[in-house]
Ligand binder design. Structure first.
Ligand SMILES: C[S@@+](CC[C@H](N)C(=O)[O-])C[C@H]1O[C@@H](n2cnc3c(N)ncnc32)[C@H](O)[C@@H]1O
Length: 304
């Protein structure tokens, strides 16, 4: 008879899950499940354990069944390999794809799959070769352009959003790294001097500290998420209560450090969403960096 309530260390859990699922589950995958309240942490740091029964329940309820659930919905001819679920987040955001956490990204491996020169049972024909021009009329954060360039193809991207165009352009532009580093060092130095005269950094440090204390007290990791998953907390009600409790703490800090939150005008994105001190910093950096300005102007992105 199998003992269902066995306790595993994180390492043992990863070995067991790897065997159970038939794919690699690393200790950090298990830690992730604990961190995000999917399974309960038993014991203290150093001797953390998890229950085999709970781990099995989690995998059976979601991960292991994901492929089958999607096939039920979409049909047996679904090419599950194209879900790329075996890739870790670090792989699906490789090199420049991590520059901005754009939420609507393609997985680069998917783009590669369709652009590169391999064939398989599903992709029976090669469509593109080196030197071809790839057009992505909805280029978003530029995944298609980047992967095309990597494969030696030319790429044109179009996007209605100026911000997305900026992300895409930043990812595919050619840079002189020595020059970029020198410019970054210079701007960092003058910005530090500029900030030394403002109380913003002190305010930010203090705010982070009080937020940290508050969150540790009322939203402890991983207990809070675990209780939430089990429906033991009404997040809307609890969150609203705690927000009300935190607001006076925040307002006192804003007053103490003389931070201007509301802007006098709301003409641009920056006017509307960024506090005065951040706007001052951006403005300062732009003023100090003629070359950065020229770069932005060249890209015709009237963001500022
Ligand atoms: C899902 S995103 C594409 C994401 C992209 N594949 C990537 O990996 O980053 C779709 C994009 O289409 C753009 N878009 C929507 N309507 C458009 C239009 N009429 N013309 C140009 N771009 C448009 C949106 O701004 C958005 O960035």
């Amino acid at each position: 008879m199998i003992e269902t309530n066995t306790l595993f260390s994180i390492k043992e859990a990863s070995v067991w899950a790897t065997e159970h699922l038939g794919k690699t589950v690393t200790p950090s995958n298990i830690s992730y499940l604990i961190q995000y309240g999917r399974i309960k942490k038993i014991g203290d740091n150093g001797t953390t354990q998890v229950s085999r029964q709970e781990l099995m329940g989690y995998y059976n309820s979601y991960n292991g069944n994901r492929e089958f659930a999607w096939k039920d919905q979409l049909g047996e001819d679904l090419n599950w390999a194209l879900s790329f679920d075996k890739y870790k987040e670090a792989e699906t955001t490789k090199h420049v794809h991590r520059l901005h956490p754009y939420k609507g990204k393609f997985i680069p491996q998917l783009v590669e799959y369709f652009l590169d020169s391999h064939t398989d049972n599903f992709k029976k024909q090669v469509y593109f070769k080196k030197g071809d021009i790839i057009l992505d009329p909805f280029s978003g954060s530029g995944t298609t352009m980047v992967q095309s360039c990597e494969l030696g193809m030319h790429a044109i991207g179009i996007d209605v959003s100026a911000f997305n165009a900026l992300i895409g352009n930043c990812k595919v532009a050619r840079y002189d790294f020595v020059d970029v580093q020198a410019e970054i060092n210079r701007i960092t130095k003058v910005l530090k001097e500029f900030l030394a005269n403002s109380r913003t950094l002190e305010f930010e440090k203090k705010l982070l500290q009080v937020l940290y204390d508050f969150n540790n007290r009322y939203f402890p990791v991983p207990d809070y998420k675990y209780n939430l998953q089990r429906g033991e907390i009404n997040e809307d009600k609890y969150g609203t209560e705690k927000e009300k409790e935190f607001l006076p703490i925040f307002n006192n800090l804003v007053k103490e450090y003389n931070i201007k939150l509301k802007q006098d005008k709301t003409d641009t994105f920056l006017d509307k969403w960024y506090s005065q001190n951040i706007r001052d910093e951006i403005q300062f950096v732009l003023l100090k960096s003629k070359r950065l300005k020229i770069l932005l102007q060249k890209k015709s992105l009237a963001l500022f």
